[in-house]
Design a protein around this ligand. Structure first.
Ligand code: ARG
Length: 268
């Protein structure tokens, strides 16, 4: 099956102030050391990879005291030039919402202030014309109704059940406009039934690959940037005609994030 790449426009935030100073997900251990310069070097490789793929990469200035700001996917959701802002679950990350909305405004997007708690593309994934929307740990389900209204698209609510896979983008990878990869055990029965019927050809990820946040990847329809340690996922992608490109973000994994978390797609 021939695959076609499309040029992506993304927003990223260099992890100059990255550390783990609080614990809001099971991956985070503030008592253990982190290496900010290693985080930056690893992130630079991801940034270079996107530039080599011809992506249009935008950068938001990191803010001291907001160590999780590197996870740009949580900064909002952008479709049709409309930027729906984030409203974070935990107080430690709340100032990131306005910071990202300010960036969207300056970049000329139509910014919508959120009425409900949501963590942007961490929990909202566009697949073709449908928005898959996660809830259970972070984004509140009333934000799903809000985005359905704003974007005039169908929104499929999926409930997450495993605290290690607290954002939808840790449990689902969007491969292209019609297919996904996912970790079955991250969903409740209802969500799993919905995923099975809508995406019968989906790639099912192994627990091993999910445990290195292997699903937290970013695709242009052909090239898929993934965690280099996600070997079975890599194999399955090659089998299906995609081109996986492995990167190592081990330092950012200490905060509970990977490739996709560091990437916010800007759709005009
Ligand atoms: N430490 C961050 C948090 O718990 C990690 C966010 C990861 N982002 C993502 N899109 N999954 O909020």
């Amino acid at each position: 099956m021939p695959r076609t790449a499309s040029t992506k426009s993304v927003l990223m935030c260099r992890p100059e102030h990255f550390t783990v100073s609080y614990r809001i997900n099971p991956w985070m251990h503030p008592e253990e050391p982190t290496d900010t310069s290693l985080a930056v070097r690893q992130w630079d490789v991801l940034h270079e990879t996107y530039l080599d793929l011809g992506f249009d990469v935008h950068l938001i200035d990191p803010i001291e005291g907001l160590p999780d700001m590197v996870y740009a996917a949580n900064g909002g959701m952008v479709i049709d030039g409309i930027a729906y802002g984030a409203s974070f679950t935990y107080p430690q990350r709340q100032p990131e919402g306005p910071a990202y909305m300010e960036w969207f405004r300056t970049a000329g997007f139509d910014v919508r202030e959120p009425q409900n708690v949501n963590e942007g593309e961490g929990d909202f994934l566009l697949v073709g014309d449908v928005i898959l929307a996660g809830t259970g740990f972070r984004s509140a389900s009333n934000s799903h109704a809000e985005i359905a209204e704003i974007y005039g698209r169908e929104v499929l609510t999926l409930e997450l059940v495993n605290p290690s896979f607290y954002h939808l983008d840790t449990a689902i990878a969007v491969l292209d406009d019609s297919n996904i990869a996912y970790l079955p055990s991250a969903f409740n029965d209802e969500g799993l039934a919905a995923l099975r019927s809508r995406f019968p050809d989906a790639i099912l990820a192994t627990e091993e690959d999910a445990a290195v946040l292997g699903l937290n990847s970013f695709s242009d329809g052909y090239n898929i940037v993934i965690a280099s340690r996600a070997k079975d996922f890599e194999r399955q992608l090659i089998e299906r005609g995609y081109n996986p490109i492995g990167v190592d973000l081990s330092e950012l994994l200490l905060g509970g994030g990977g490739v996709k978390c560091c990437t916010l797609e800007l759709r005009r």
